[in-house]
Design a protein around this ligand. Structure first.
Ligand code: SF4
Length: 165
């Protein structure tokens, strides 16, 4: 079975504001533990960290202020650097990063859009049907209890409060 749904958007500030280079504009090289920016510069720091909100593993990289400061694309990319670090990027560890990228790429294809439109149509029909007066949701499937439950005597009360003298 395939779960079909849109991949989460890039949450970087640049992407949210639709301004400047977002995460997808950078090339991540997990083997070399480095990232290459749209200006062709390599990051100078790579950190395996935990996300401050959910404690999930993330990778954080930084480009040097030495590169970002004089970069002609700096205004499209990051704030003017003040310390030794310029643009920073946070992304998921390799396996999850690659899966997310693949999902984002797939959802740009016509085939994916057609399949998603089918799903949306089915969901719309179910939603309309279930909103009609008199609709009764199907009962949840139940399993019969296992045989040992049926053949065992009822449990004996062990609490002193329930012995009743
Ligand atoms: S500002 Fe830095 S990271 Fe951004 S494009 Fe320029 S050199 Fe690359």
């Amino acid at each position: 079975m395939e779960l079909l749904g849109p991949a989460p958007h890039d949450s970087s500030r640049q992407s949210r504001q639709n301004q400047g280079f977002s995460r997808g504009d950078f090339t991540i090289d997990f083997d070399e533990r480095t990232a290459v920016c749209p200006a062709g510069r390599r990051s100078f720091e790579w950190w395996d960290q935990k996300h401050h909100r959910n404690n999930e593993p993330v990778v954080k990289v930084f480009f040097s202020a030495e590169n970002c400061g004089p970069c002609p694309m700096q205004a499209q990319c990051t704030r003017p650097p003040t310390g030794r670090r310029g643009r920073g990027l946070t992304f998921l560890p390799r396996e999850r990063h690659e899966a997310l990228q693949a999902a984002r790429n797939a959802q740009d294809t016509d085939g994916w859009k057609q399949r998603y439109a089918t799903r949306a149509g089915v969901e719309g029909t179910i939603s309309q049907a279930s909103a009609r007066p008199g609709y009764a949701a199907p009962a949840a499937a139940t399993c019969p209890p296992p045989a040992w439950v049926m053949s065992s005597p009822p449990p004996r009360a062990t609490s002193s409060a329930s012995t009743g003298g």
